[in-house]
Ligand binder design. Sequence first.
Ligand SMILES: [Zn+2]
Length: 305
Amino acid sequence: MTELPARRLLLVHAHPDDESINNGATMAKYAAEGVHVTLVTCTLGEEGEVIPPRLAHLAADRDDTLGAYRVGELAAAMRELGVTDHRFLGGPGRYRDSGMMGVAQNERPGCFWRADLDEAAGHLVAVVREVRPQVLVAYDPDGGYGHPDHIQAHRVAMRAAALAADPGFRPDLGPAHAIDRVYWNCVPRSVVEEGFARLRAAGREIPFEGVASADDVPGVVDDADVAVAVDGTAYAGRKAAAMRAHATQIAVDGPFFALSNDLGQPLFSVEHYRLAHGPAPEAHGGRADDLFAGLSADSAVAEEV
Ligand SMILES: [Zn+2]
């Protein structure tokens, strides 16, 4: 049995790279503050497009070795963020990347989109009952932007949070644990607009083929819907380094980045969260600045695995 730190944060993501883009500054900040940060990634991201030409052979339609390669990218990203507890749902390769919505890979046996919900959630319940987080960060019901693996990651995270708290569900997975607060990733509209204004002002100085639009940013919400803004400015360099570690997927240039479409986007070091479940965080006039605000930290004992 191992004594866990008093504050524990669990994040659930679809593919390697999503965690660094959405929560890299948050993860680095809390890890540096001694919070136990656990990342569960649901697939290896086998269907991703590959940016560097010298690695193009890894892609699913060529060698189909991108998944194993991305395991290494994720490990490198976690070293940049100072996060030591990162796992794949059900073990590496248990669920395969389903590709974008509507492609043939959505029907492939073993892809995450076709996973049995309670079976997939069961893998996550085991993690929840071991780590006993006060806070869970997941996607909104649309997965932020409609990708099947992101939608499924939302469903699995929410189902697991419910099942983990039910003493009648799989007692073999450990004693029941109720997560105090669940957040969904989001970006307030004003922040997106300001970010793109900054990007357009940078004009020709950015090395990307073009500029993305605000519609390309996942999880954009009205400013009033944001519960917490985590100021990760001091960790912006760590976040950028973690994103760079996912070199098959992301090109980073200063405060901007591009995915395989080579369209520039702003890189946010203040990261935002919507409250999906649990007591509203205490805030001093407006948004809270801490995911744990108002929650009582407690010690917990992890099952030895
Ligand atoms: Zn993703």
